[in-house]
Design a binder for this molecule. Structure first.
Ligand code: G1P
Length: 295
């Protein structure tokens, strides 16, 4: 079983759905309770044993680099004033020396293009891709679950979940030929098919374990859905070579790329925190009652 040591984080997207907030704040820095989305993704990767973190960034994203850098002046001030709890809160942002690398995507040419830019850093080994928009609340991290399952399947693996048929045009969709528990073996994938053309309702969620052969396929494929270079198309083109399966993770996924999904994630994460749960639940219940009686 090959170890998965590297993960690529495509973080170059504009986040237009969150304007004006994302005018000066990268969408990956938007805060879910008390930490930015990127922290959830990095934590999940770390839990899964990832040692090298490759960020594909763009102009206007330097706060992501600063976030994972040491903040000597701040740490000094907190230490001097004895604010140990605040100091401890920073520990999750500390990365091992040299563990984080950045590559710039100069134009928004799609997820496939972003992943291709990581080629030299990934080299010739299987690797993970994490899309920070997809936040997955789970007892055991979704990527950990996948890496464990990948030990038996090999090939390319994507996280998958069932979506309503009318939603297929928002996702990559698997063409499944055999289902075994959490594993859905696929003969192909289609990016954002119209519901009438969708091969199934098994949608791709933003966690991937990919073989390095994906880079040759990314070189070969042209532009796909939305006029962009699609990762889904490259995986599809590699099915005959290494195979692909979907992994039905145990956990709840939130689409933090949409405002509705972000708000739901905020509520779910607040309700999962012992220090916030009771007060928040009480507040929401009262508020909902006010709203209903006013309607
Ligand atoms: C991307 C992928 C798509 C996948 C989705 C999951 O699309 O291209 O295949 O289903 O993430 O969130 P995006 O949401 O960036 O348009």
């Amino acid at each position: 079983m090959t170890r998965i040591r590297k993960a690529v984080f495509p973080v170059a997207g504009l986040g237009t759905r969150f304007l004006p907030a994302t005018k000066s704040v990268p969408k990956e820095m938007l805060t879910l309770i008390d930490r930015p989305l990127i922290q959830y993704a990095v934590d999940e990767a770390r839990e899964a044993g990832i040692e090298e973190f490759i960020f594909v960034t763009a102009a206007g994203k330097t706060s992501l680099e600063d976030y994972f850098d040491t903040a000597a002046a701040l740490e000094h001030r907190l230490t001097a004033s004895g604010k140990t709890t605040a100091l401890d809160a920073l520990s999750v942002t500390r990365m091992n020396e040299g563990a984080l690398t950045f590559v710039r995507q100069d134009q928004p040419r799609g997820l496939g293009h972003a992943v291709r830019l990581a080629r030299r850093m990934v080299g010739d080994e299987p690797f993970a891709v994490i899309l920070t928009d997809d936040v997955i609340m789970a007892r055991k991290g979704a990527l950990s679950q996948m890496i464990e399952a990948h030990g038996n399947t090999g090939g390319h693996m994507v996280a998958t979940m069932d979506v309503p048929l009318e939603m297929t045009s928002s996702y990559g969709v698997l063409d499944v030929f055999a289902d075994k528990g959490r594993i859905a073996h696929a003969r192909g994938l289609v990016e954002k098919p119209h519901p009438t053309k969708a091969p199934s309702t098994h949608a791709v969620i933003g966690r991937y374990i990919l073989q390095p052969s994906i880079f040759d396929r990314l070189d070969e494929i042209g532009l796909g859905a939305g006029g962009e270079m699609q990762l889904t198309d490259a995986i599809n083109a590699d099915v005959g070579n290494v195979g692909v399966c979907g992994y039905r993770f145990d956990g709840e996924r939130f689409d933090c790329g949409s405002i509705q999904g972000f708000v739901q994630a905020t509520a779910a994460f607040a309700l999962a925190r012992p220090d916030l749960r009771d007060a928040f639940a009480g507040y929401v219940a009262d508020r909902t009652q006010c709203f209903r009686s006013a309607a």
